[in-house]
Design a protein around this ligand. Structure first.
Ligand SMILES: C[S@@+](CC[C@H](N)C(=O)[O-])C[C@H]1O[C@@H](n2cnc3c(N)ncnc32)[C@H](O)[C@@H]1O
Length: 237
């Protein structure tokens, strides 16, 4: 079964001139969650070889603007709305270059970034969490109010912290696994829509009595956020 799924999406991508099977994941996510407006501005973090860029470019159209960045070089794509950059997003200078290249705020921030897999689950999940947090930090700086974010993460112990922080910045946060995801992969996508513009609850300067502990559940955070009485754990602070 896993072979057929892989075979199907791989073949289809080749036939349709798409650079990755991952392109079908983004297409499905847009159909379900409407993450791109026509003419929208998009930042694609971890964009090589460029399947997501192709899908985003088709949806936003020539009046949109897309910046794609990756550690690896990305072969040019025939869309004038796409700008390509190469660099390590763990480096703050590179993060700034990516944000500057968009020349304005974004409607959508995407991150399909994945660490090199070591095979040691805790290590891979921790690295994936680090990359997801960078995407969230960039989204917080770059998104227009009402904007959307899609972030891939390998779910480990830190996923609840990531969801805490995301719920504080977006009105709607969901996790999903698109059809084209390999059965053997544990990855999930966090789909965050309706960016608030400012965090619902600001992180306190220092822990105070009654603050939520780091092992609270996302539901604890949601209800605290709803009551606006406690600050959720904020891994961005
Ligand atoms: C699954 S691939 C992305 C596929 C892409 N969405 C597509 O459709 O073609 C993950 C990418 O994340 C990139 N990546 C991982 N860590 C990164 C980092 N620190 N800075 C920039 N890119 C990174 C990798 O080089 C890799 O190309």
């Amino acid at each position: 079964m896993a072979f057929h799924r892989k075979d199907h999406f791989y073949k289809q991508a080749k036939e349709e001139g798409l650079r990755s099977r991952a392109a079908y994941k983004l297409e499905e996510l847009h159909k379900r969650f409407q993450i791109f407006p026509k003419g929208g501005r998009v930042l694609d973090l971890g964009a090589a070889p460029g399947g997501w860029l192709q899908i985003a470019a088709e949806i936003v159209g020539p009046s949109g603007r897309i910046v794609g960045i990756d550690l690896l070089p990305i072969d040019p794509l025939p869309y004038r709305q796409i700008t390509l950059l190469q660099g390590d997003l763990l480096d703050e200078t590179v993060q700034k270059q990516a944000m500057d290249a968009l020349e304005g705020k974004a409607h959508t921030v995407l991150s399909d970034m994945a660490p090199n897999i070591s095979g040691i689950r805790v290590t891979d999940c921790a690295r994936s969490y680090e990359l997801a947090l960078i995407a969230l930090q960039i989204a917080q700086k770059m998104l227009l109010p009402g904007g959307s974010m899609v972030v891939k993460i390998f779910p480990g112990d830190d996923i609840d912290n990531f969801l805490f922080a995301t719920k504080n910045l977006f009105k709607k946060v969901r996790t999903t696994r698109p059809e084209a995801t390999r059965k053997t992969s544990s990855e999930v996508y966090v789909i965050a829509t309706q960016f608030r513009g400012t965090p619902l609850v600001q992180a306190p300067e220092s822990p105070q009595e009654g603050d939520i502990s780091t092992d609270a559940t996302p539901e604890d955070a949601s209800s605290a956020v709803a009551k606006n009485t406690h600050a959720p754990y904020d891994p961005l602070s």
